[in-house]
Design a binder for this molecule. Structure first.
Ligand SMILES: Cc1cc2nc3c(=O)[nH]c(=O)nc-3n(C[C@H](O)[C@H](O)[C@H](O)COP(=O)(O)OP(=O)(O)OC[C@H]3O[C@@H](n4cnc5c(N)ncnc54)[C@H](O)[C@@H]3O)c2cc1C
Length: 395
């Protein structure tokens, strides 16, 4: 069968190293991820992190060759290709690749040399698991409203409050935690801290089960003392650091959605071409061909937006609008593509363990996390209006 993923590697967004990487990760994923194990999700995730680390793939999520990273800056196109290829085979493998980068992204972007030396090499090799702790029970989309407090006390900060929906919660070795330090109201009064998982006062308050299982938890911080040396960057800069981190990784969420959609497309094509009905095959009907055509067009539109955003970021340009467009289009589009694939499978499409059934569950939360679709729409709308105001010379 024609492989649309490797075909797209010829697009002008890529350089020769990306084409090699795309083929290598595709072959690795097919060889290593086809046979699902029977472990629980924590064990499977730890194993995948170790395997991805040993194979060298986690190095792409870390910036700085001196710290184990693949390059001095994070190569967004490479991270997107890795996520797309892994997501085609396994949602958990994609998660295991993405979270170390997101969890340690703030350290790569704004950490001190000592913090980078202590944490990044272990993340790049898969020896340490990182987590990104921003969301709270009352601060999700409106994240600048976060309330977890960090009070200065001698040479430490004391953290009090809850974080929730924290991926890798329960298995992480350290958490990058965004807390209110109060230099100014709202977004300008937040700082970022690295909190080791065994710090006294940090407990896993609750594990959360979701429709596509992966390690997820609510964290509680009670009188949790964190040395001042664990603060990332300056006081009050945490929100900016969080947004810069999300700017890097948001496009890669879109790439993961693209991987899920490509797999659904492959499954649907095979099924439509082989399923006999009314003395023909399902694929002989024009209604089916129209469905397949829409699915393929949705996937290509998403892919073009994903790699436009990734390429643009790798040129050092701002991608706030482009990354939002990519995430919105790829995640919403993948949901439609996967739904159409389930429909093509008929009853078999909703049987537990069927690939399209799994994809149907895997895709859902990508439309919510790292900014729900509505938030992406707001980002795009505001950016358009800002551009108009700037062109008219308004502040
Ligand atoms: C599987 C999973 C993994 C996650 N992993 C992490 C993690 O590792 N670290 C972390 O910090 N967080 C994580 N999150 C949290 C995630 O980022 C939040 O769930 C997300 O930001 C939405 O916040 P909320 O759930 O509080 O929903 P709410 O903020 O209550 O939003 C609910 C809905 O309101 C709508 N909405 C939002 N804003 C607007 C608006 N302005 N206008 C109209 N409608 C709007 C959207 O449809 C949105 O889905 C994860 C979430 C999930 C589901």
């Amino acid at each position: 069968m024609v492989d649309a993923f490797t075909d797209a590697l010829d697009w002008p967004f890529f350089e020769p190293r990306h084409r090699t990487l795309g083929r290598d990760i595709s072959a690795w994923a097919a060889a290593h991820l086809r046979h699902a194990g029977h472990e629980d999700v924590d064990t499977a995730c730890r194993r995948l992190v170790r395997e991805l680390g040993a194979a060298g793939w986690l190095r792409y999520g870390v910036g700085g060759t001196a710290y184990g990273g693949h390059g001095d800056a994070i190569d967004t196109r490479a991270v997107c290709l890795l996520r797309e290829a892994l997501a085609r085979e396994s949602g958990l493998a994609d998660f295991a690749l993405a979270m170390p980068g997101l969890g340690s992204g703030a350290i790569t972007l704004a950490g001190s040399d000592a913090q980078k030396e202590r944490y990044l090499p272990r993340v790049a090799s898969g020896e340490a698991i990182a987590a990104f702790a921003l969301s709270e029970p009352d601060a999700g989309s409106d994240v600048a409203a976060l309330a977890l407090s960090a009070r200065a006390d001698g040479d430490a900060f004391v953290l009090e409050g809850d974080k929730t929906w924290i991926s890798n919660g329960g298995i992480a070795d350290f958490y990058v935690v965004f807390a209110r330090t109060g230099e100014a109201p709202g977004a300008r009064g937040i700082s970022a801290f690295i909190v080791d998982a065994d710090t006294p006062g940090l407990v896993i308050a609750e594990r959360i089960d979701v429709i596509a299982p992966h390690p997820l938890a609510r964290l509680r911080f009670s009188n949790c003392r964190v040395p001042i040396s664990q603060r990332i960057g300056e006081a009050g800069e945490g929100f900016k650091v969080a947004m810069r981190t999300l700017d890097v990784f948001r496009t890669s969420v879109a790439a993961a959605a693209l991987g899920f959609a490509r797999r659904a497309m492959d499954e649907a094509l095979q099924r439509a071409a082989s399923r006999k009905m009314f003395n023909q095959h399902l694929s002989d009907f024009q209604l089916t061909q129209a469905k397949l055509a829409q699915m393929a067009t949705t996937i290509d539109s998403a892919a073009l937006l994903v790699y436009r955003a990734a390429w643009q970021r790798d040129q050092g340009r701002s991608v706030t609008r482009e990354a939002a467009m990519a995430k919105l289009t790829a995640t919403e589009g993948a949901q439609q593509v996967i739904d159409a694939a389930v429909q093509i499978f008929g009853g078999q499409g909703v049987v537990s363990g069927e690939t399209v059934e799994r994809l149907y569950r895997e895709i859902r939360s990508l439309r919510i996390y790292e900014g729900a679709s509505e938030v992406q729409q707001l980002i795009i709308g505001r950016d358009l209006l800002k551009g108009l105001a700037a062109s008219e010379g308004k502040p």
